[in-house]
Design a protein around this ligand. Structure first.
Ligand SMILES: CC(C)(COP(=O)(O)OP(=O)(O)OC[C@H]1O[C@@H](n2cnc3c(N)ncnc32)[C@H](O)[C@@H]1OP(=O)(O)O)[C@@H](O)C(=O)NCCC(=O)NCCS
Length: 191
């Protein structure tokens, strides 16, 4: 039995409750801004202004979701943004993924759900992302979920905020539809 577009089905996270995505509403944006500015997340992302999130909520090329990891009362455990959902090149970007409960397997569960959404529901040919090279947790997660490193944008983001002098590189990673289908055939994906 397959699951709906915003729901992780059986096999996508052993022992974890189902993970749900629902469209972000404007009333969620205080939560989203708070999560982005949480010191636990700030080193790994470049926070957006509220108006950028508002645009992403409204513009059809984006999908902006609140993640509920099975907590009571439809709680908010993080958010995710996809871009390129109307791309004529069928190249969908995982623009942002932030989970507040960390290290419990929710990231893996969510990435599997997003891959399925990209390839099955959005008809992606390519699902890609960039990640800071210092973000070893996310890098390990994406690599173990089949994303292939394409290259590095050298010293393209500042480390430690506006007054810092150091730079980090962005690692560009992608998964192609045929690579995803091969993983499905091997039983490595949520279906
Ligand atoms: C990155 C993020 C989404 C991962 O979600 P998570 O729920 O914490 O990750 P998981 O518990 O599913 O762990 C996935 C894998 O990460 C790896 N991992 C976890 N912590 C790690 C660490 N400190 N260093 C290296 N690898 C690590 C493990 O290989 C783990 O796989 P396992 O199942 O074999 O143990 C989440 O930590 C997060 O929101 N971080 C802050 C924002 C961010 O970095 N977003 C991504 C930007 S590209």
């Amino acid at each position: 039995m397959s699951s709906g577009p915003g729901e992780a089905g059986p096999g996508s996270g052993a022992g974890l409750p189902p993970l749900h995505l629902r469209p972000t509403m404007l009333s969620d944006l205080d939560f989203v801004n708070g999560v982005e500015r949480d010191p636990a997340n700030l080193p790994f992302i470049t926070p957006w202004e509220r108006t950028q999130h508002e645009s992403a909520v409204r513009f059809p090329d984006f999908r902006h979701f609140i993640i509920n990891a099975g907590s009571e009362g439809g709680g908010r455990d993080g958010f995710v943004i996809l871009q390129g959902c109307r791309s004529p090149h069928q190249s969908v970007e995982l623009k942002r993924l932030v989970l507040q409960p960390k290290g419990r397997g929710l990231g893996r569960q969510c990435v599997r759900l997003l891959k399925r959404m990209a390839f099955r529901d959005l008809g992606a040919h390519r699902f890609w992302l960039d990640v800071k090279s210092l973000n070893t947790r996310a890098l390990a997660l994406y690599a173990s979920e089949g994303f292939v490193e394409e290259g590095r944008l050298r010293e393209s983001v500042r480390v430690g905020g506006d007054h810092a002098t150091g730079y980090d590189s962005l690692v560009v990673m992608s998964l192609l539809d045929r690579e995803y289908q091969a993983r499905v055939a091997l039983g490595l994906e949520a279906v």
